[in-house]
Design a protein around this ligand. Structure first.
Ligand SMILES: Cc1cc2nc3c(=O)[nH]c(=O)nc-3n(C[C@H](O)[C@H](O)[C@H](O)COP(=O)(O)OP(=O)(O)OC[C@H]3O[C@@H](n4cnc5c(N)ncnc54)[C@H](O)[C@@H]3O)c2cc1C
Length: 296
């Protein structure tokens, strides 16, 4: 019902995992789901959910892959169930929820919201995977989504380097273009080289994901998880560093809206502080895969 509409741009699907007490510890999320008279009822709070007002504005509507608790909190990841909570379905707004948009420093194209759930109903057909088996579902989703974040960060870094190239070659200070000073040109060269390397890491993660979903037995989901965490870690930090250099190269004008690089930097900072796991969580995933589960 939803996926064909999603592909036609008529429906929205996002994710509602993060809660006010924290987003990194997905196995510790508290939103409760109870099965009452054949329907799941969700109660709790979700925070920083991207796209709620888009789903509400679309004629069909949309929903959120929601991380819920269907057993004791002590069972951690073994009592997590993932379900698609529809805020609006077939033009009818669901009951049992309230929402409000946050105002963002950087991004303008896509809103992010707070979501309070109070006996919000979910059809049993909208449970994704097994009851109490949802942790794997949501983790796998993050593994793939991180590749897309990596690609977006690469695009932002490339764009900032392109903008900067014109500027540093044209900006004459002390009688010479600033690109002739090695403190500028060497950094430009280094960031360009790191962009190429980070791009290859994104391609590698995407290639592994393709092979995993084609059922090639030699690639496991852990291979995808590790590569996508590396890709997000490297690309996002490169994009932020590129933005910080670019605004310095542009000098004072970078602080004003006539010059667009600051906006790009603010945009990629959203991936630096959040979005499919923080940069420390990327390190945690990679460290655990290399050194073992004892890494915390
Ligand atoms: C623009 C934007 C859009 C978002 N959209 C969504 C969305 O659509 N859906 C959704 O569910 N969430 C969304 N988020 C939330 C985002 O995914 C979370 O911010 C992220 O998962 C981190 O959670 P937190 O902010 O609560 O930080 P916390 O989990 O409270 O972590 C705080 C800090 O502690 C560090 N930390 C935590 N544990 C460890 C550890 N073991 N070792 C070392 N350091 C650690 C973290 O790295 C972080 O720096 C969005 C965030 C942003 C900024």
């Amino acid at each position: 019902e939803v996926l064909p509409r999603l592909t036609r741009g008529e429906a929205w699907i996002g994710i509602a995992s993060t809660e006010p007490q924290g987003g990194s510890d997905v196995a510790g999320e508290r939103t409760e789901a109870r099965l009452v008279d054949g329907r799941w009822l969700l109660t709790g709070e979700k925070n920083m959910v991207t796209g709620v007002s888009i789903a509400l504005a679309l004629p069909y509507g949309g929903g959120f892959v929601t991380v819920t608790r269907t057993g004791p909190v002590e069972a951690k990841h073994r009592s997590i169930t993932t379900m698609l909570f529809m805020v609006k379905r077939n033009g009818t707004v669901n009951t049992g929820f309230e929402t409000r948009d946050y105002e963002e420093w950087g991004r303008r194209g896509i809103p992010t919201s707070y979501l309070r759930l109070n006996n919000a109903p979910v059809d049993p057909d909208f449970v994704l995977g097994e009851v109490n088996g949802g942790f794997k579902v949501v983790m796998e989703g993050f593994d793939v989504a991180r590749i897309l974040i990596g690609a977006a960060a690469i695009g932002a870094a490339r764009w900032m380097l392109e903008q900067s190239r014109e500027w540093i070659r044209g900006r004459v200070v002390f009688g010479k273009p600033i690109s002739s000073y090695q403190s500028v040109s060497f950094k430009y060269a280094e960031l360009s080289a790191r962009l190429e390397a980070a791009r290859l890491m994104v391609y590698k993660a995407a290639w592994l994901a393709d092979r995993f979903y084609r059922g090639e037995g030699s690639v496991s989901i852990m291979d995808v998880a590790n590569a996508s965490a590396m890709a997000k870690m490297l690309t996002v930090e490169l994009a932020v560093e590129t933005g910080l250099e670019a605004v310095k190269w542009f000098g004072g004008v970078s602080y004003f809206k006539e010059t667009p690089v600051m906006r790009a930097l603010l945009g990629v900072l959203s991936y630096y502080v959040g979005a499919e796991g923080t940069q420390n969580i990327m390190r945690l995933i990679v460290a655990r895969s290399l050194l073992g589960r004892e890494v915390e």
